[in-house]
Ligand binder design. Sequence first.
Ligand code: IMP
Ligand code: MG
Length: 174
Amino acid sequence: MKIKETLLQRQEIKERVKSLGQQLTKDYAGTKPVMIGVLNGAFIFLADLVRAIDLPVEIDFIRVASYGQTRESSGSISLTKEPELDLEGKDVLLVEDIVDSGTTMVWLQEYFTTRQKAHSVKTCTLIDKNERRAVDIEIDYVGFQIEQGFLVGYGLDCAQSYRNLPQICSLEEE
Ligand code: IMP
Ligand code: MG
């Protein structure tokens, strides 16, 4: 589990988050979206993103598990923390750290649409890793498209380590 190289410097991330915030401010003008951070990975991205949005927003979190200690999705999702706000009729924006196979995001979209009865459900991810996409999903807001192995830092972990790196790095192959 060694760092290979830095792929995104903190300044690049900062600038991209700022422009995503401006885009979301335009697109959600006149509404009060509920931003749902997907724990644990999205906590840093969400914290920076909400401060780049110039609108009233509500914030909540959900936690799902699929990876365990490995670098690959097990394919089955378990809900380990539900959001606490009443989301019926709300405009929900899901905020993820990274979308890989897409299984988690598809599951989340279904959960917020059907079980929580949100009015709209859109998706935002800091990183879109298309190379291992296993389901048909288009993410509405993407920070960066990166296809360079397993990534850590700025909230992203490998077996819970490296979340506190301010930049995004790739790891050496196992
Ligand atoms: P998916 O269901 O395969 O799209 O996996 C999505 C989840 O797996 C993300 O929310 C991440 O928490 C985790 N994940 C996927 N790829 C990476 C990676 O390269 N680094 C860290 N976490 C990852
Ligand atoms: Mg995650």
